[in-house]
Design a protein around this ligand. Sequence first.
Ligand code: BTN
Length: 247
Amino acid sequence: MSMKTSPQLIRLQSVDSTNEEAFRLHAAETAAPFFVTAAEQMQGRGRSGRTWQSPVGNLYLSCLLENPASSEKLSQLGFVAGVALIDALVATAHSKCFHLKWPNDVIVDGAKLAGLLLETRQQNNAQAVVIGWGVNISQTPKDLPYRAIGLHEISSSLDKEQLCQQLMSAFMQRLLQWDEGRNFNAIRQLWLQFALPPGTPLMVRGSETEKFEGVFESIDADGSLLLKTPFETRRIIAGDVILPGVA
Ligand code: BTN
């Protein structure tokens, strides 16, 4: 992957999804890496096929990378992106109230502040990877099956532009540190520093039929969730994690 220190930021007013727009721009030969942001999204995408409410006032930012690592290491990028988001939030909001919930939600007081979505496509003879961050800033999404929160409820430092700039530069720095997966352990350690405390009750939905209840133990060397149940420690590679009673 070629790495420019400050990739360009493409700013848009309204798009379907900044992730989708990033793939389109790459297909139209925009040189990677680059970032795309929009004031609002009409079809913002969340994890597991869900919609991401995207009114004007919150941050929607995507980064397109070309051939960032071998395919078995791509999921590590979610952790790189999660750690960079924490870096940017701490720097912008001057607060350390942020926690990471596996795989990469940002939680404040049990409510979801931000999420990220990693998508990959084979196009232009390359592996195109898009990481998209959604951060609730001045708008708190309503009618969700979990509790959401906006940065305006936490901090009076609310500069969306500053958060966007901090996130772009933190992500480029953490990418260099990650070193295409050769140094995932450093990212994992940082991720664990901001993780929900071990012992936090979690409910995990692995698939339609699989559901496990337990408490957060850690993440392993590959980034899989280690969930402690009354009987064993389960290793979860993919799934949705719910904070029972809250998120
Ligand atoms: C989640 O479900 O937690 C992931 C949410 C990711 C939302 C962001 S907003 C910018 C980018 N564009 C999208 O359509 N989705 C991501």
